[in-house]
Each structure stands twice: as structure tokens, then as C-alpha cells.
Design a protein around this ligand. Structure first.
Ligand code: F6R
Length: 602
């Protein structure tokens, strides 16, 4: 996802910015840029693609002597990955970089356009620089203009602004997106996370939401809603590998915690006003389409199954899901009134790619749901929706699954809108629930501690059954896959109603049942399935908003108004359980044995 670096001081600025952005590369980006003001001279460079392209463009540029500088790596959200949309964004005499989303940018843009301001990009960020210059023209004091600008911004942002109107200062503001200030010798750094400034700055201050200000002559002037604010710095970490994990023990843990945040990116520009939009989809994609087939592997297959429930229920369109490696050799019957969807985190999975090629040969329209732009699957598909989860480093997929499921939920609403299969009230209820998803994904310290404590009971036994019904069946499959991948314990996901058709023979006190018991979908049915297991002495860990007397262990969830909010909240519980069991067993959580992140062979 997007990254920010800033520097004010006398050192060569280009290298500081480019090296800093390189440290943020692992988050993923599709364009980058830098801007420097030195001796009243303003210079900027932008390039699409890898940082190498920006390095090549800036080869003959050097910036020695005192100056201010900002840099950015962008992951496209509003507008395509082009040079014009890359940051820093330029006004007449200022530059801005920004992470996050300015929710009211359309309103601000209209206001500015009515005052003859011309916009060059399709981004929300550009409004910040024009707003600033507009205020500055009315009251020529840069900090006053910046304060007025910040007071108009709604949404999440971490932003840096430099301007010829105050060429010795960097202006900053933070709300909802991370930003820190690093202190070296007579120099100040900014960054969206530690790694770019480790080895350069010695002290750091992590900005809090609502803080803004400027730095000049080596001093930082900090403000919040109450006015000027004192702050204390702390020593900066020295271990880069640790800093990439933002203090978490494993990338997987960090990625579980990140889910609340990345979900905003997934929805950005797509869940607007009272409809779902996919700017990237051509209007005619669903013309003459009567059915959907989804093909995927592993975790992505579980997301696909989740999607099939949503597409049939919400969009009223028949939807079948197949494991790509099976689909390839079954000589499937394909009709051109079927839309062929592939789901893949990496976009490189050999079986999924081959399934897609087969469908295309049969004349089907294709759509991919993928986390990696320009990957083989995205290139091969007619159209693509990016999940925007950012790079996932843990081999066991977490945030990729969450964002795939979210895209499928959005797609179900999108298709329902096109087919007029949903009434306005129901659509509003769905959108209202959707907007609450980031909150449902927040990891609560108490919950994590509880799962850590109870995980010690789940290290042995002869197996785990994750059970659920409806949407919670794919979630049970995914919960079991997570556990087996990183704990190496035998785990199965099962539709709860199927237990009595065979697997219940395994039930005894050494069989651990993880029961997903949502309140909003078939609660009584799943309850009686779990009672049957309890009667056979199985050890039950129940996850539900409703207290359940027969549970040996119970994790109470909070969202009980919409199945998908329950789904996402329970998903986090199962991920944390797998994590904690794996840690207790001393396994390598991020690189489990025998597994690879991208499976490019059959
Ligand atoms: C499990 C996991 C795998 C992948 C599968 C497909 O945590 O990550 O099961 O989901 O290998 O990979 P993609 O999604 O890249 O096609």
C-alpha cells in the first residue's frame, strides 16, 4: 500500500527519499514520486512501475545543501496507476503526498473547480494542495493556510506538504493513517513506518490522530484540537526486519491485525453513497450472462464458496464453484452465457491460470479477483477487480482471504443492482453493514489474550473439526486450513449438518470441535448439531454472540445483526487460534513446512 517519506536538512535528499521508499517496497505500489525544494528551486519526478524507473529518471539530479523534500509510493485507488495520478501532487507552488482517503474530496473538488482551479489527476489527494494554495492566496501565511486545509479534510490521511511560500518547512497532518517523525542531527525525517528512517534518525515520535503542524530549523511545532502540544520522543528501533513487522512477532500476526485497515482500501471508491461501483468493470460485462462459475485453489477457493452463497442469495444468479485442479481435467461443459471468475491472491497459481485459459478457449467472458496487478491471471482475464490487500508475506493467507470475501460481497450487490434483484431498503442495509466491516475486524487485546490462554488446551487430541452452516461452512473450511497449515495438526472443515452422516463416529473427548454459531443464520440448526457432538463427549469451543451452555470453551462475538459482520469477526477468531496454537508448538508461523506462497506448478 502507499508509503511516505519526508526529509528536511542538508544531506543529499534524493538518495534519502529513494532509499526510504525502497524500504517500503514490500507493501506494494504501482508508481512513485519525489519532490524537493532547495534554494527556492522546486523539482519533482514521477514514474510508473518499480522504483528503478524513478531512479533512472533522477540519475542526473542531485540536491546538496539545505532543503525540504517528500516522496511517495502509490497503490492506485482513485484513478489508474499513471504518472499524473502518482504523488507528489502539484499546485502552482506547492507539493503534497498523502496516504489514506479524503472522503469528502468530491465536494471539495467541486468547490475548488467553481473557483477555476484546474485538476490534473483523478485522485482525492490533489484537492489538498489546491485547497492549501487557495487559502494561502486569501491569507498569505502558510501555516494558517495549512491549518485551514486540514480542518476541511474528512476521512483518513497522513499527509506532507512543501511549498515555495515557506521553503524551509514541511507541513504534516495525521488522522487514521500512520505517520511518524524521526529526529537526527539537525535534521528531521517523516515516514509512514519505521523502516525508512532506521539507521538515519535516532529518536522518533509516532503522531496521533488529529495531530498536525510543521517543522522548521530542526524544531517540530505540533498541534491538535486543543492547540499547541508538547511531545516526547523515544529511541528508534535499530532492527529493520523487526520494524517491518511493526512490532508483531510474525508477519501473519501483523496481517491479521491489518485487516481492519486494508478493508477500507478494498472498499475505497467502490462503496459510495447508496450503491456499489466498480469503475474498473465495463458496463457490458454482465450482458447476456445467466450463470457464474468460479474457479480457485486453497484459501481462494474458500472465498469463492463464500461468494457463491452471496451471489445466489443477493444477486439471484446461479453460481457454481470448482477447485481449479479438478476443473482442468473433468472435461467441463461450458456455455458462453456463463461468466468465468477466477480468484487468486498471487495471480500466478498454475491450476487457476490454466482453468482460465480453458474457459477463454470455450468462449466465456472472464473476470479475475486478484491481489496482484499485472499478474498472469489479471493479464489473461478480460476484466479484473483488485483486492488491494497489500503484499501478504505470511504464507498462510489471512488478509487476502478477507479482502477476496469482501470483493465478492460487493460483487453480489453490484450484480444485484444490475439485475434489479435487490430493493432499495435491503441494499441500504447491506451497505450499512458493509461499512461496519473494518470495525468487526479490529483485534481486541482482551480477545487475543483469551485465545492465547485457551490455545494451550488445543495442542494435542486426535483432530479438529471446524463446523458451520451456510456462509459459515466455507469459513469452517478456511479455519481448518489455517490451523493445519501452521500447526501441522489434523483439522477438517465440515458442514455441521453433515456430521451425523459419518464423521460423528470420531467424536470423543479428544476430538476438538470449533463450532461457528452465528446468531443471524440458522442458529437453532447449528446449535442442535453441536449438541449432538457434545452428547458424544467431544470437546467444544463455541464461537457465537449467544452464550452456549454445553461449550467447554466459549468465545463471545459481538456483531449479531448481519451474517457477514459475524463472518468477519469469527474469521479473526479462527485466524488467531491457528496463530496461537502454532506459536505454542514452536513452529515457523510465517514459513510453514512444505508450503510456498505462490504455487506456479501443477
Ligand atoms: C492458504 C493459501 C493457499 C492459497 C492457494 C491459492 O493459506 O494461501 O491455499 O490460497 O495456494 O493461491 P492463490 O490465491 O495465490 O491463487
Amino acid at each position: 500500500m502507499c508509503g511516505i517519506v519526508g526529509y528536511i536538512g542538508t544531506k543529499e535528499k534524493k538518495e534519502i527519499l529513494l532509499d526510504g521508499l525502497q524500504e517500503l517496497e514490500y507493501r506494494g505500489y504501482d508508481s512513485a514520486g519525489i519532490a524537493v525544494i532547495e534554494n527556492h528551486h522546486l523539482e519533482h519526478f514521477k514514474a510508473v512501475g518499480k522504483l528503478e524507473n524513478l531512479r533512472n529518471k533522477t540519475k542526473s539530479y542531485n540536491s546538496n545543501g539545505f532543503g525540504v523534500s517528500i516522496g511517495h509510493t502509490r497503490w492506485a485507488t482513485h484513478g489508474k496507476p499513471t504518472e499524473l495520478n502518482a504523488h507528489p501532487h502539484l499546485g502552482e507552488f506547492s507539493f503534497v503526498v498523502h496516504n489514506g482517503i479524503i472522503e469528502n474530496y468530491q465536494e471539495l473538488k467541486k468547490e475548488l473547480q467553481s473557483q477555476n482551479v484546474t485538476f490534473l489527476s483523478q485522485t482525492d489527494t490533489e484537492t489538498i494542495v489546491h485547497l492549501f494554495e487557495n487559502y494561502y492566496k486569501k491569507t498569505p501565511n502558510a501555516f494558517t493556510a495549512f491549518t485551514q486545509t486540514v480542518s476541511r479534510l474528512e476521512g483518513a490521511y497522513a499527509t506532507l506538504l512543501i511549498t515555495e511560500a515557506a521553503p524551509e518547512a514541511i507541513f504534516f497532518a495525521k488522522n487514521g493513517s500512520p505517520m511518524l517523525i524521526g529526529f537526527g542531527e539537525e535534521e528531521v525525517y517523516f515516514a509512514s513506518s519505521d523502516t525508512p528512517i532506521i539507521g538515519k534518525a535516532t529518536e522518533v515520535y509516532y503522531l496521533e490522530d488529529g495531530e498536525y503542524g510543521y517543522t522548521q530549523n530542526g524544531t517540530v511545532f505540533l498541534f491538535n484540537a486543543d492547540g499547541a502540544k508538547k511531545f516526547t520522543t523515544k529511541a528508534l528501533a535499530t532492527d529493520k526486519a523487526m520494524a517491518q513487522k511493526d512490532g508483531y512477532r510474525f508477519f501473519m500476526e501483523k496481517e491479521i491485525y491489518e485487516q481492519a485497515h486494508v478493508m477500507n482500501d478494498t472498499m475505497m471508491g467502490r462503496v459510495l453513497d447508496n450503491r456499489v461501483y466498480f469503475e474498473e468493470l465495463e458496463n457490458n460485462l454482465f450482458d447476456n450472462i445467466r450463470a457464474i462459475k468460479i474457479c480457485a485453489c486453497g484459501t481462494s477457493y474458500h472465498a469463492a464458496l463464500t461468494g457463491s452463497y452471496l451471489l445466489e442469495r443477493i444477486a439471484k444468479i446461479p453460481c457454481h464453484v470448482e477447485i481449479a485442479s479438478e476443473f482442468r481435467y473433468k472435461e467441463p461443459l461450458l456455455h458462453d452465457d456463463t461468466l468465468f471468475i477466477t480468484i487468486s491472491q498471487s495471480g500466478e497459481t498454475a491450476d487457476t491460470l490454466e482453468a482460465l485459459k480453458m474457459a477463454k478457449r470455450a468462449g466465456l467472458k472472464s473476470l479475475s479477483i486478484c491481489n496482484v496487478d499485472n499478474s498472469s491471471i489479471v493479464r489473461e482475464s478480460d476484466q479484473a477487480i483488485l483486492t488491494r490487500a497489500g503484499i501478504e508475506k505470511g504464507v498462510a493467507s489471512t488478509k487476502a482471504f478477507a479482502t477476496q470475501s469482501m470483493v465478492l460481497w460487493m460483487l453480489a450487490l453490484y450484480v444485484a443492482q444490475l439485475r434489479e434483484a435487490i430493493d432499495a431498503d435491503t441494499l441500504q442495509q447491506e451497505l450499512q453493514a458493509m461499512r461496519q466491516t473494518p470495525k468487526a475486524l479490529l483485534v481486541n487485546d482482551k480477545l487475543h489474550e483469551k485465545i492465547h490462554r485457551l490455545s494451550k488446551r488445543y495442542l494435542h487430541g486426535h483432530g479438529f473439526f471446524f463446523i458451520g452452516r451456510d456462509l459459515f461452512y466455507p469459513l469452517a473450511l478456511e479455519g481448518a486450513l489455517k490451523l493445519k497449515e501452521i500447526s501441522y495438526r489434523h483439522a477438517e472443515g465440515y458442514p455441521a449438518g453433515e456430521m451425523k452422516h459419518g464423521p460423528i463416529a470420531l467424536a470423543d473427548s479428544e476430538l476438538f470441535t470449533i463450532a461457528l454459531m452465528p446468531k443471524t443464520l440458522h442458529y437453532d440448526k447449528i446449535k442442535s448439531n453441536v449438541e449432538e457432538l457434545s452428547a458424544r463427549d467431544a470437546t467444544i469451543l463455541a464461537i457465537s454472540p449467544e452464550p452456549f451452555e454445553l461449550a467447554d470453551d466459549f468465545i463471545q462475538t459481538h456483531y449479531d445483526e448481519h451474517p457477514m459482520l459475524e463472518f468477519f469477526e469469527m474469521m479473526v477468531v479462527t485466524q488467531l487460534l491457528a496463530l496461537e496454537v502454532s506459536i505454542r508448538l514452536g513452529n515457523d508461523v510465517d514459513m510453514p513446512r512444505n508450503l510456498a506462497k505462490s504455487v506456479t506448478v501443477e
